[in-house]
Design a protein around this ligand. Structure first.
Ligand code: HEM
Length: 561
């Protein structure tokens, strides 16, 4: 703990965490810059809403926005700093981290002022959809950045941040880095954009981007369609050329515009203090600092970066037994819940020694309520970005996983349990059942495949075609669960199997191979959609043809069976 207001101490600790040999290009810097930008880039000048105040990404509505995919890594990197200097607000920490990262990666010094507050709930969050879409053109860019109050020159200067970091297929769908040395800040992005040949390429996932193959380095560099728009639009292009030619000018302009970016939505009095009146404009008011300590991941009770509103997962390290235990409390497998669990699994992997992960529910009656079909159908990308991602993570997690089925696990809940390596069921409460037959909902490929891969053909048939409800003893006999009991029995099971020692190493890779069929279905979401469509089409066609044949038989032949 440092003295409140000792930002030099915070800066020092941010610098210390930038070196991350296991992550991306060995640096947390680029993703921290993106965190600062996305915290601020929601600003709307007209309504004076959004902006860098509030640290809204702690809440699902903003943190779970697909536009913010991947930024949980940045937030997790910063968690130890927040814990050590608990007086700093998240909103200040996230913006300061971006500024420090740029400076440390060789960029210009950027003016940064403190005083942001953290929202105490999610009622003041900006709506989704305010961040730019890399697949679009100049009109879209202007629409987004003019809304924040930036000029064409400022837009181009800001875009120079793409000198840093890379695109990740599992986050934005785009792939690769813009420059050869993506952890060194310079004007190379502009130089490459202006001088190289860029050709359009469609990636395996169907996403279109622009690429240039660097013959010497045998590396493919990339540009987003929005980056290319800076070149094709003459007003933008003049600034691309100037910044490509004049690094000093770019550094000076970038420093100014990034300082402006992280101040969006912040109004100050002459002494620099954030003034409430301005934040009240558009019915926005800076909320008091959230006082709850986030806690360090190892012993956190509730991690505040986990959206508390939709789900309450408790990440306890059960210190007595040294097992990370994920206890959740939720009505259904909705996106918030999935994202929270994904984050918790990241925290465990990155901040815990290898061990065994146990999941269970805080609600006695249910392990989980399964899928909320309405939410699933109404939420774009729910399967790909939330549910399937979570299942895949469990299925191939680099540590043993145990689902403690404290109560009912029907449909999606049972599928979640099957994605774990082991299951222990409460002998006194709850049924296991795959009741899609009763719900009238077809099983999608990965949902079916995991049962096919992990259970006997006989059990698979009974589960799917009879929707049988299994009590604990029967479930054990059929091999759906591996043992009966509660947490004590789980611990004994872990102990007996020496499971803690199995974690790490090739553990995750072995699972990738073992469950390859399900993994491929989880990954190949788009193809499966297509296949679903074809299957449906074929069924329709068969029905029509069948109808024609039967009619022909009824009217034409008069034959009797
Ligand atoms: C038209 C405007 C912009 C669009 C469409 C855009 C889009 C993107 C996309 C698609 C990614 C890849 C994300 C991933 O897959 O991980 C990305 C990364 C990044 N963006 Fe932007 N961006 C824009 C403006 C900015 C601005 C204004 C900044 C900062 C001033 C910025 C900083 C970054 C950084 C540092 C990364 C790398 C992150 C990492 O390595 O994890 N971007 N951007």
């Amino acid at each position: 703990m440092s003295k409140p207001g000792d930002f030099a101490a915070v800066r020092k600790d941010i610098v210390a965490l930038l070196h991350q040999p296991e992550y991306d290009d060995g640096s947390a810097g680029p993703v921290l810059v993106r965190l600062a930008w996305h915290s601020s880039g929601t600003y709307d000048a007209e309504t004076d809403t959004g902006g860098s105040n509030g640290a809204g990404m702690r809440y699902e509505a903003e943190g779970g926005d697909p536009a913010n995919a991947g930024l949980q890594h940045a937030r997790v990197f910063l968690e130890p700093v927040k814990e050590k200097h608990s007086w700093i607000t998240y909103a200040d920490l996230w913006t300061l981290a971006g500024v420090v990262a740029i400076e440390e990666m060789g960029g210009p010094s950027i003016e940064w002022k403190a005083g942001r507050t953290d929202y105490v709930d999610d009622s003041k969050l900006p709506p989704r959809g305010r961040l730019p879409d890399g697949a679009k053109g100049a009109d879209h860019i202007r629409h987004i950045f003019y809304r924040m109050g930036f000029s064409d020159q400022e837009i181009v200067a800001l875009s120079g941040a793409h000198n840093l970091g890379r695109c990740h297929s599992d986050r934005s769908g785009f792939h690769g880095a813009w420059v050869n040395n993506p952890t060194r800040f310079s004007n190379q992005y502009f130089r490459l954009l202006a001088s190289l040949d860029w050709r359009e390429k469609t990636l395996e996932n169907g996403v279109k981007q622009f690429v240039h193959v660097d013959e010497d380095l045998d590396e493919e560099l990339m540009m987003l369609p929005t980056d290319m728009a800076l070149l094709s639009d003459p007003h933008f292009a003049q600034w691309v050329k100037r910044y490509a030619e004049d690094k000093e000018l770019f550094f000076a302009d970038f420093a100014k515009v990034f300082a402006k970016l992280v101040e969006l939505g912040i109004k100050r009095d002459a002494s620099g203090k954030i003034t409430n009146a301005d934040n009240e404009r558009g019915r926005y008011r800076a909320a008091p600092k959230k006082s709850a300590r986030p806690g360090k991941p190892a012993d956190a009770v509730v991690d505040t970066t986990i959206p508390e509103e939709t789900v309450l997962p408790f990440l306890h390290a059960n210190m007595a037994h040294d097992l990370p235990q994920l206890m959740f409390q939720t009505s259904a497998l909705a996106s918030g819940f999935c994202q929270a669990l994904l984050l918790a699994l990241d925290i465990i992997e990155l901040r815990h020694p290898p061990g065994v992960v146990v999941t269970t529910s805080g609600i006695q009656k249910f392990y989980s309520n399964g899928l909320d079909l309405e939410h699933a159908n109404a939420t774009p990308g729910f399967f790909r970005d939330s549910l399937y991602r979570l299942w895949r993570r469990f299925l191939t997690y680099p540590m043993p996983t145990v689902a403690l089925l404290n109560g009912h696990a029907f449909a999606g809940a049972l599928m979640l349990a099957l994605m774990h390596d082991y299951r222990i069921q409460n002998p006194h409460r709850g049924y296991l059942c795959l009741n899609e037959l009763e719900l009238g909902v077809p099983l999608r490929p990965p949902m079916s495949s995991v049962f096919r891969q992990k259970l006997s053909p006989h059990t698979y048939r009974t589960l799917v075609l009879e929707a049988k409800r299994y009590k604990a003893l029967e479930a054990l006999k059929e091999g759906i669960v591996d043992g009966l009991g509660g947490i004590e029995e789980v611990l004994a099971f872990v102990e007996e199997g020496g499971l803690v020692k199995k974690a790490g190493g090739v553990y995750g890779l072995l699972k990738e191979e073992m469950w390859r069929e399900t993994v491929e279905y989880l990954d190949g979401w788009e193809e499966e959609q297509e296949r679903d469509g074809k299957v449906q089409g074929r069924r329709e066609k068969e029905k029509v043809e069948g109808e024609r044949r039967v009619k022909g038989w009824e009217t034409g032949t008069k034959a009797k069976l």
